[in-house]
Design a protein around this ligand. Structure first.
Ligand SMILES: C[S@@+](CC[C@H](N)C(=O)[O-])C[C@H]1O[C@@H](n2cnc3c(N)ncnc32)[C@H](O)[C@@H]1O
Length: 509
């Protein structure tokens, strides 16, 4: 049963099916438009009626006068029929399968999932949270599951493993009550045609609900990362920092916001903190479109670290700036808001259309060029260039945990080759005396320092112009001894961390 204490008012999540069983014993029910309230013995239970997966609030209720005498049975019959599998967990299963089995990016899987969009806000947050937790913690979750299996699950049962992974994420990392997570998983295993695994799933999950938290203490965070990724961090930063990066990469990030103008005013309106680097930060797990200022195009979402490279160009007002590899346009928006005449270059027409939608929503302007930037030759040279080429994005695992599963060691070689070509191409587009910022959201040396070092070895007309702590809000930890920017997920840890980002500032003589 739910652990209802005498004084508590709390929320719990369980399947509608299970809740039906509770209701079977209740006598008095109040039914609202999108909530129901039932009196079970001396406790009031409120639940919000999306379909199937519901949040319940348990309170002591003294005033019974608002309750009508209704039988819950008739009202909930249809709910029982349609809600054998809770929608949030069912969607979470699809999202995890989309990434692990079909190798789609999580953001694409979310955008393409109709059921996800139809979920009530709270369920949407829950579906996203459990799927992201599975993707982040998959190594530890699998170790917990495997320790409870006498023989490995057959290959054709990988959907069963995914259902168990979701339940373990709930039990061990999200603190969901055992009966809610376990019952849902068992129901889901059956409804997806794997009924013969019901007993096994039930036994494994019950054991993990009892022992999982203790066992977790002997399973290091590193287990969740591919070996090549950790090796790259050890190589670049040493063992201790690699561990810090791993642990910080598993945390839920805060919401970071860049504004077109009036930073202090928007900080107040959004109840956000202004970071030393100039971004706004607040916690949030709802729909960003519902926050003040979104509709009127006053701001956009951009990790605080991703907002640093454009600022390294200094005062760009009135300058011609090329944003190379520009879409979806976070940095284009920054440059345009700072008064630059921006040309956004990207080889993807579709992504550039999205960039323009973003720029228009913000009331800014930029021109676009659809081209392969390794070959594109501009009609006139730019005063400044920002190059943000594709990379393994290992600095953004906090926001995109699918990276742990979708990127491979082979990507590094392919991408660093492309990055070098793009840097050589961009170098030809800038005027003498102009500045070129090379940046990536990777934490792999091969895509960052090595690309710049190779470039500077051959391009004698370019020199590094060292980035200083003053360029980054006085945060000296973000600047390397070479004078490059290097943010890591544990930087600004007390404020919620930063994505991993690298930037070098190069000047053409
Ligand atoms: C890391 S994303 C850029 C993010 C963007 N700067 C921002 O702040 O929103 C990399 C982009 O490079 C583009 N790209 C990849 N190869 C390219 C090439 N050869 N020429 C131009 N764009 C390219 C991709 O289409 C993608 O939009």
């Amino acid at each position: 049963m739910f652990p209802i204490t005498k004084t508590s008012r709390f929320r719990a999540v369980c399947s509608a099916d299970f809740f039906w069983k509770i209701l079977a014993g209740s006598a008095r029910v109040e039914i609202g438009r999108n909530y129901c309230r039932a009196l079970v013995r001396d406790r009031a239970i409120t639940w919000h009626t999306g379909l199937g997966e519901l949040s319940f609030e348990f309170t002591h209720e003294r005033k019974y006068s608002r309750f009508q005498s209704l039988s819950p049975r008739a009202h909930f019959w249809s709910m029982k029929k349609t809600s054998n599998v809770s929608p949030a967990r069912s969607v979470a299963f699809d999202l995890v399968r989309g990434v692990l089995a079909r190798r789609h990016a999580l953001d694409e899987a979310l955008a393409a999932h109709d059921g996800f969009r139809r979920l009530p806000g709270r369920d949407r947050g829950f579906a996203r949270l459990i799927s992201a937790t599975v993707l982040r913690r998959c190594g530890q979750i699998d170790a917990l599951i495997d320790a409870c299996l006498e023989k490995p699950l057959p290959r054709q049962a990988d959907a069963v493993r995914d259902i168990m992974r979701l339940a373990v994420a709930e039990l061990v990392f999200l603190g969901v009550q055992a009966h809610a997570a376990v019952d849902s998983a068992v129901t889901q295993v059956e409804s997806r045609g794997h009924g013969k695994f019901k007993g096994l799933v039930n036994a494994v999950l019950r054991r993990i609900s009892r022992e999982g938290t203790d066992r977790l203490s002997s399973l290091p965070d590193r287990l969740n990362f591919p070996e090549w990724m950790i090796a790259g961090w050890v190589d670049g930063f040493g063992e201790a920092v690699a561990d810090q990066i791993a642990s910080a990469s598993l945390k839920e990030p805060p919401l970071d916001i860049s504004v077109t103008a009036d930073t202090a005013e928007w900080a107040k309106k959004l109840d956000a903190e202004i970071l030393p680097t100039g971004s706004l930060r607040r916690g949030f797990d709802g729909l960003i479109t519902e926050l003040p200022g979104f509709e009127e195009g006053a701001w956009w979402v951009q990790d605080a670290a991703a907002a640093i490279p454009a600022r390294l160009l200094g005062d760009v007002s009135g300058l011609d700036v090329f944003d190379i590899c520009a879409a979806p346009g976070g940095k284009t928006a920054q440059l345009a808001a700072l008064g630059a005449r921006v040309t956004a270059v990207d080889r993807s027409e579709k992504r550039l259309r999205r960039l323009m939608r973003n720029i228009e929503r913000l009331g800014l302007s930029a021109s676009t060029v659809t081209a392969d930037a390794t070959e594109w030759q501009p009609p006139v040279l730019a005063d400044a260039i920002l190059l943000d080429p594709p990379c393994t994005s290992t600095g953004t695992i906090r926001r995109h945990p699918d990276i742990l599963h979708l990127k491979s060691r082979n990507d590094i070689a392919k991408l660093s080759d492309l990055q070098s070509k793009l840097l050589s191409g961009a170098a030809k587009m800038v005027k003498p005396g102009g500045t070129l910022i090379y940046c990536t959201c990777s934490m792999q040396r091969e895509e960052c320092e090595d690309v710049v070092a190779r470039f500077l070895d051959t391009a004698s007309s370019f020199q590094r112009k060292a980035i200083t702590p003053e360029d980054v809000g006085g945060l000296g930890d973000l600047v390397t001894s070479n004078g490059d920017l290097r943010t890591l997920p544990f930087h600004l840890a007390d404020k919620g961390g930063l994505d991993g980002f690298y930037a070098a500032r190069l000047v053409r003589s």
